[in-house]
Ligand binder design. Structure first.
Ligand code: ZN
Length: 252
């Protein structure tokens, strides 16, 4: 079993809760699909935890933005990226500071492993392209072009913060549509699995999301965490927009 997490966005409280859930299930292998930082109040602590616990980690657009520069970010996201950079630079322990920057700069945009492809955004544009559920109706060609780019059957991504499975009809199936098991069989058809977001869910469910990869299916998991802790830290941070905390309660 492998736990696949993504889009933590500096939300330490959500990350710790998810890591605890993973540990309770005795899952030892963790992959992270990027956006460890950006938006949230605890970027350094989240980087340390992911670096320590995840066997594989990818670069997301926010990780990329902090290390290089923000591209097409809205003002609150850009401000958060610059504050995150400052926070990492302010670390007094030189070894830790360098370690974090090296880890961030060393993240790859995609990893292929056996019959799986792992990206943050999409198969053809692994860092920045969004695959939205609505694309099924409004941009089916975009989805089909991405399925064409896949040489394997199963791709895992994050980025939109909306968990579910794309099939090449195209169609997007939400975990709720999968019934009580919240599981989807893999290996029969080409699918793109969005694992959702640990630290900033946007499917109107505020609980932290991640996915467990079993032998022949994926399982969508939700866990409640103490949102107040993160939202309060955001409120106390003058460089992080209050709405970044408020949105956590609504899951959007
Ligand atoms: Zn993200």
């Amino acid at each position: 079993m492998i736990a696949i997490i993504s889009d933590i966005h500096g939300n330490l409280e959500a990350l710790k809760t998810v890591l605890g859930d993973i540990e309770e299930r005795k899952i030892e292998t963790i992959y992270c699909l990027g956006d460890i930082i950006g938006y949230g109040p605890d970027p350094a602590e989240c980087l340390d935890l992911v670096a320590e616990r995840a066997k594989m980690s990818l670069a997301g657009n926010h990780d990329h933005a902090v290390f290089y520069e923000p591209v097409n970010f809205n003002p609150p996201a850009e401000r958060a990226a610059f504050w995150t950079r400052l926070r990492l630079d302010e670390e007094e322990d030189e070894h830790r500071r360098n370690q974090r920057w090296r880890f961030l700069g060393g993240l790859n945009p995609r990893e292929a492993e056996g019959d799986f492809l792992f990206v943050h955004g999409s198969p053809r544009k692994p860092i920045n392209e969004y695959l939205f559920p609505d694309d099924v109706y409004t941009a089916p060609q975009k989805l089909l072009a991405n399925f064409d780019r896949m040489e394997c059957l199963t791709c895992f991504c994050g980025h939109t913060h909306v968990p579910g499975v794309f099939v090449d009809d195209p169609y997007f199936e939400t975990p709720d549509e999968m019934g009580d098991s919240q599981r989807y069989a893999i290996g029969d058809e080409k699918i793109i699995v969005n694992v959702g977001s640990v630290g900033q869910p946007r499917d109107r469910d505020p609980r932290a999301a991640y996915v467990i990869l079993h032998e022949d299916e994926v399982e969508f998991i939700r866990v409640s965490y103490n949102i107040d802790v993160t939202a309060n830290k955001i409120r106390e941070n003058s460089q992080l927009d209050d709405f970044l905390g408020a949105r956590l309660y609504e899951g959007k």
